[in-house]
Ligand binder design. Sequence first.
Ligand code: ADP
Ligand code: MG
Length: 311
Amino acid sequence: MFIICDNCNTKYKVDESIFKKPSLTVKCSRCKHVFTAYKTQPQDVVPYILENNHSDADKPIAHVCKIICVCNQKGGVAKTSTCLNLASSLAAQQKQVLLIDFDVQANLSLLLGCKNEKSFFEAMDADGGDLTKAIIKTKHDIWLLPSNSRMALASKKYINKQNFEYLLREKLERIKKVFDYILIDTPPSGDFYTLNALLASDLAVIPTQCDYLSMNGVSHIVNMISVIRNKTRHKLDYRGLATLYDPNNTVEKVVYEKLKTQLNGKMFNTVINRDSSLQESHIARMPVISYDKNSIAGQQYHDLTTELLRI
Ligand code: ADP
Ligand code: MG
């Protein structure tokens, strides 16, 4: 397995047997930085936290876990980027954050350096529905329930079962006392995965580009949320988020104003500009805030987090 220095990013190949506990304090031989390294597959870490750090007795009474899904039926609108960067910014503020990759494409898992790890599907299938068996800690102080291509089977297996749309919500009940925020990345569709994510969430963040077709995608998801709110007692709030925004493009400015009207003001004031630093951060497999915290996108995701914390 590999461990990476969170100061200079030097990567070390180490034997897993050096971990006698789920984490280990190590010193980077290059920059001398002392940091905590985590076992790549610490399948017992979450139960460890559940049992030792967060027993019901010492759980703060006011502890509330906010579950947020990031969704839009349109692809390429920065859903995955928004999930990763919000999570990283919340973790930097000492929040315990779990990311759930609920997209078969597994882009979020890939960005966090996880390839072909156990997903929701395997946890449901082989581990009796215990999601903690699949959750891993990533190097950015964010917990992750990864995805992989087998996630496609989850929809086939459960779609005809009674109450299939509440599957994720039910499984998060036990876990949510450990986390302050759970963020769910969804695929560009309104099917099994997005429905489960919406029904498990308190808030839906809808990233959108400011063009005509994206406005259409936003109406679809807002309609879906309205149906959920009308047909169930689920109090699901939502906010639109303008992404890949070009402030010098007049059409985008006009569409942004139209979106604000369309969503009755339920848009974040923060917009995320199109910024090459974000694409570079993907290549480096880092949140943009860690890659370059002074970049425009890095600062905007920081502002977005501040706005989110006020909701
Ligand atoms: P989705 O999950 O909605 O499909 P992604 O987060 O994967 O969207 O982003 C789609 C593409 O847009 C990726 O190539 C990503 O690097 C790029 N991208 C996302 N946000 C930005 C941004 N603020 N500036 C520049 N490129 C971005
Ligand atoms: Mg995505």
